[in-house]
Design a protein around this ligand. Structure first.
Ligand code: ADP
Length: 649
């Protein structure tokens, strides 16, 4: 038997029956079972008794003198006070129609007279059990409803909080964008004019001061950029921005920067590239550069003695057909290390470990940004460190190896004039900031461009119709009329003119020049009629390049030494670098080659160094390549090259 069923149920039972014997038998039997029993011999009495103290169950005879059981049941079911009480009909009527009628009126069960007392007891117990379970269900469902209401309330409150947080984050992003504009605009002038002044003939002292201004402004710009990067990451606006580039040249440029910094601190820095790392790769160049700058910069910052090693290796990923590789990068130093108690927090924004707090100039953002960027590039960054011994950061990123055919040899070129083969290009510079306007004027006028200025969008539109510039450099935020509106206005006037003259007039190229940081503005700029979008602060090369791209401007360049593609690649000694060394060595006197050979054979590093110092400045790349070999202890290679020359004595 079922456990619930076996448990005794205490209950009040009302018996309504006009037959005294039947009433007596039932009440005695039920009382013996522990039930509290009341009796009524007439229908109306039964209703009253039920209303005054509702029982848990009613046994109801059908045939009664005043009103019959069906009517009693009907009345009980129409009264909210009694409608839930289960009713079991008792009757000698055993026609199916009678029973069905009983159920239709709301009866819970039907017992035919003469009844077996065991059957009555079992049916009574059943109904009481059902009623008890029903009550429990009802209580639980009420409780659930209360909880449901609470949950709904919580959801409403959470949604409100989320909306408020979203609005606050939006406001923060706007604020950051505005601040970035405010902070970058003056920096643009500072950095730009230092670049222009560097073109003047200056004393070495003045050049040094300029260098200091330049370095400090760049540092400030770096800090602002870090804060902005982080806010972009938080706003979910950082996405993978892949491009193909020469990875060796990329590493060379980085090594060049950090070589100087390391030397200034008396540190030794070595970039080691494992064989097989592809030269031309596709990934997010800016993010990769930012990660390496942060990690190598930190390694130098937190190391006072010893060395920094930057190791790059590669393994092919399973998707071979797509030329997909995993690039593994490792930056280790022999610096102060990080305390085990602090190591878990160093990737959190604005958090610095002890040595970091002592250092001026850090904001604790570099690693947070690097970690997020590595994740965006499909990898993870890890750190291991031992206090006072050093630290190693490692990360992998996904890259695609691309063919090198599309990469021209890059030469450092300085624009000094325009090819005299055509009329002067008319350029309109629109910026409300006088310094920034002047910066572009000073950059473009000496080269030979015909330059005019406007300090707001409205003036730009007026000047455009009179001056008909080939290209407009247009700031975006300006009083009276902003750059977007001005670009739209110019485009619509161009259209009108074209339809009036039934021909397509030459269209002005309009380039947005803005200190705003958010990439999605690019789409808005293009939609407004801009041809392109350049961020401030800019470097002169970008300005010249853009004008070359859109106007086909052909420049005269100052001759600068030409870098041979990939020849400075550290740790890679291949046919290309051998040919480079041989070609350059052939230009040196044979006696010099002999001395170098002797020094290299004797493992006399100082002697090799002395020979390198005799190489003329005009051939500094050759000197650099030899220095790399010396630094990597590859004197054997130097001997090999020198030996390929005729007998020198
Ligand atoms: P910042 O360098 O601006 O302080 P980072 O986010 O780049 O911020 O680094 C966070 C902290 O991690 C640093 O302040 C420093 O305490 C610790 N740290 C990072 N790199 C190194 C390292 N190579 N050696 C020792 N400590 C480091």
């Amino acid at each position: 038997m079922n456990a619930i069923y076996d448990r005794p149920i205490s209950a009040n039972i009302l018996i309504v029956d006009d037959t005294p014997e039947s009433l007596l038998l039932l009440s005695e039997t039920l009382s013996k079972q522990g039930y509290k029993v009341r009796g009524a011999v007439k229908g109306k009495m039964g209703i009253k008794a039920a209303q005054s103290a509702p029982p848990d169950l009613i046994l109801l005879d059908i045939k009664m003198p005043d009103i019959n059981g069906y009517e009693v049941c009907q009345m009980l079911k129409s009264d909210p006070k009694t409608q839930e009480i289960p009713v079991i009909f008792l009757s000698a009527l055993d026609d199916v129609g009678d029973k069905v009628k009983g159920f239709q009126l709301g009866g819970a069960d039907y017992i035919t007279k003469p009844f077996q007392i065991e059957e009555v007891l079992a049916r009574v117990k059943n109904q009481l059990l059902i009623r008890q379970l029903n009550k429990q269900l009802l209580a639980q469902s009420e409780q659930l409803q209360v909880q449901n209401r609470q949950l709904q309330q919580e959801i409403i409150e959470r949604r409100k909080a989320e909306a408020a947080a979203e609005a606050a984050s939006q406001a923060k992003s706007e604020f950051v964008a505005n601040m970035s504009h405010e902070l970058r605009t003056p920096l643009n002038a500072i950095l730009g004019f230092t670049q222009i002044m560097k073109r003047e003939l200056l004393s070495s002292e003045q050049l040094e001061y300029l260098e200091i201004i330049n370095r400090n402004s760049s540092h400030l710009l770096g800090l602002i950029d870090d804060v902005l990067e982080l806010s972009k990451i938080e706003a979910g606006r950082q996405v993978l921005n892949e491009s193909s580039f020469d990875f060796y040249a990329f590493l060379d440029a980085l090594e060049e920067i950090f070589q100087i910094q390391a030397e200034q601190k008396g540190l030794y820095i070595l970039f080691q590239v494992a064989p097989g790392v592809p030269q031309y790769i596709k990934t997010d160049q800016q993010k990769l550069r930012c990660c390496l700058i942060n990690l190598i910069g930190n390694a130098i910052k937190f190391t006072d003695r010893g060395r920094i090693d930057v190791k790059i290796s590669c393994k092919e990923s399973p998707i071979k057909s797509l030329n997909c590789w995993f690039l593994h990068l490792e930056i280790s130093d022999t610096g102060c290390g990080i305390d085990a108690a602090e190591i878990d927090n160093i990737f959190c924004a604005f958090s610095q470990a002890k040595p970091g707090r002592k250092h001026l100039g850090g904001a604790g953002l570099g690693l947070a940004i690097a970690q997020r960027f590595v994740q965006i590039m499909g990898g993870e960054i890890t750190v291991s460190s031992q206090l006072n011994l050093g630290t190693t950061f490692k990360f992998d990123i996904k890259i695609i190896s691309v063919p090198g055919l599309d990469f021209p040899v890059e030469t450092p070129l300085k624009v000094i004039g325009l090819q005299p083969d055509r009329e002067a290009y008319r350029i309109l510079i629109v910026d409300d900031n006088k310094d920034n306007r002047l910066l572009l004027v000073k950059l473009l006028e000496p080269i030979g461009f015909d330059v005019r200025e406007a300090d707001n969008g409205r003036d730009a539109v007026t000047q455009w119709s009179a001056f008909r510039p080939h290209l407009i450099w247009m700031d975006t935020r300006m009083p009276l009329m902003g750059g977007f509106e001005a670009a739209r206005e110019i485009r619509s006037q161009e259209k009108e003119l074209d339809s009036e003259l039934c021909e397509s007039n030459s269209r002005t190229v309009i380039i947005a020049l803005t200190a705003s940081v958010f990439e999605e503005k690019r789409a808005a700029a293009l939609a407004a009629g801009f041809d392109d979008f350049i961020s401030k602060p800019f470097v002169p090369e970008v300005i010249f390049e853009t004008m070359g791209k859109y106007l086909g401007v052909r420049y005269i360049y100052q001759n600068l030494p030409v870098t041979t593609k990939g020849c400075r690649k550290v740790n890679i000694f291949n046919e290309e670098s051998e040919a480079f060394l041989q070609k350059n060595m052939a230009e040196m006197p044979l006696s010099w080659v002999a001395e170098l050979e002797q020094a290299a054979k004797n493992l006399n590093e100082e002697g090799v160094q002395e020979s390198i110092e005799q190489i003329p400045e005009s051939n500094h790349l050759f000197a650099e390549a030899l220095k790399d070999l010396l630094r990597d202890f590859r004197l054997d290679i130097i001997v090999k090259i020198t030996q390929s020359f005729p007998v020198k004595h």
